[in-house]
Design a protein around this ligand. Structure first.
Ligand code: AKB
Length: 317
């Protein structure tokens, strides 16, 4: 990868991924693509080039790719699971029509493409615990439908046209920089902000709701390591299960309480979020990622919690 375009560069993952890529490949080699309602600010804006890059406009992506001689695209444009349920047509348009614009550009200009899938690509008939890499994918949300389609279309472009598409299935991502918005796993970020602000946290999911989660540094490392991996070793492409921790609300609460003993939590279950969470696996089996490109996470619930609290306190959120 020499010149990289990040589409969705101001979102939760995009904002940190763009900075990580600039660190690894040089500031001028990583273009932050954004939509006008979410323009980059601060260090993200000042540290390298940025361009309006709306995936649903078929002309914009090829123009940027030509201008900057892009050879790899990280496509992070998507609506998250909860908001996609209220705007299913928009979720499809951004997730799939946008993806096709990216893949067609990649085919024309010979770019590699990373478009993440998610634990949301699974559904209630998927084996729930240690979900295998290759298994039933019949999601019941529009988000999940777009993610399964993303996996299929990305594999299609690889097999049919030789486009170097690769992806992981992200769990809930926990970060101390940019807040997520409209996801089912967002509570696992919000809970840290409440704890650090000495507020009682009201959890929208009930006790015993297990989902896979991951700390942002591991998520960024997964995306970049997979894109750097030796293609000869890849049996799978779109998309790899990755995992580092799985917990229920009472477990993350207990871990935070070890660090902030006065912290309190209540439950007020949101029926939509709960039904989405109930349709997703409790934990994924990431053996294939470990075997095919040496995936290995660094953080568990305990070390992530210490770091999150330290970083949020330092930022005086
Ligand atoms: C969501 O909750 O929608 C996302 C995801 C797990 O893909 N964080």
């Amino acid at each position: 990868m020499k010149n990289i375009l990040v589409v969705g560069a101001t979102g939760q993952i995009g904002s940190e991924l763009t900075m990580e890529l600039r660190k690894r490949y040089g500031n001028d080699h990583v273009v932050a693509g954004y939509i006008p309602s979410a323009a980059p600010k601060g260090v993200l804006r000042d540290s390298g080039p940025s361009e309006v890059a709306d995936v649903v406009d078929p002309n914009m992506i090829p123009e940027i790719v030509k201008k900057y001689k892009i050879d790899a695209i990280y496509n992070l444009a998507a609506l998250l699971s909860v908001v996609a349920e209220s705007k299913p047509m928009l979720a499809w348009n951004i997730g799939i029509n946008g993806l096709l614009n990216i893949l067609e550009t990649a085919r024309q200009f010979n770019c590699a493409v990373f478009t993440p899938s998610s634990i949301g690509s699974f559904g209630p008939t998927t084996p729930r615990v240690k979900t295998p890499q290759d298994t039933i994918q019949r999601p019941t949300t529009m988000y999940g439908v777009t993610k399964v389609t993303t996996e299929l279309v990305s594999d299609y472009y690889f097999h049919r046209f030789g486009v170097d598409t690769r992806a992981v299935r992200f769990p809930g991502i926990i970060s101390n920089v940019t807040l997520p918005g409209g996801g089912t796993t967002d509570y696992a970020v919000d809970i840290y902000y409440s704890a650090v602000k000495s507020e009682k946290f009201v959890c929208p999911l009930k006790e015993g709701t297990y989902m896979d989660m991951m700390y942002m540094p591991d998520a960024l490392n997964a995306a970049v390591s997979l894109m750097e991996a030796d293609p000869a070793r890849l049996i799978h492409r779109n998309a790899f299960n990755i995992a580092s921790m799985s917990f229920a609300p009472e477990e993350i609460f207990a871990e935070i309480k070890k660090n902030i003993p006065s912290f309190e939590m209540d439950y007020d279950v949101d029926p939509l979020k709960q039904s989405i969470a109930d349709s997703w696996p409790d934990s994924l089996d990431d053996t294939c990622a470990r075997q095919e490109w040496d995936w290995k996470p660094q953080y568990d619930l305990q070390s992530m919690t210490v770091d999150m609290i330290e970083k949020l306190k330092a930022r005086k959120v």
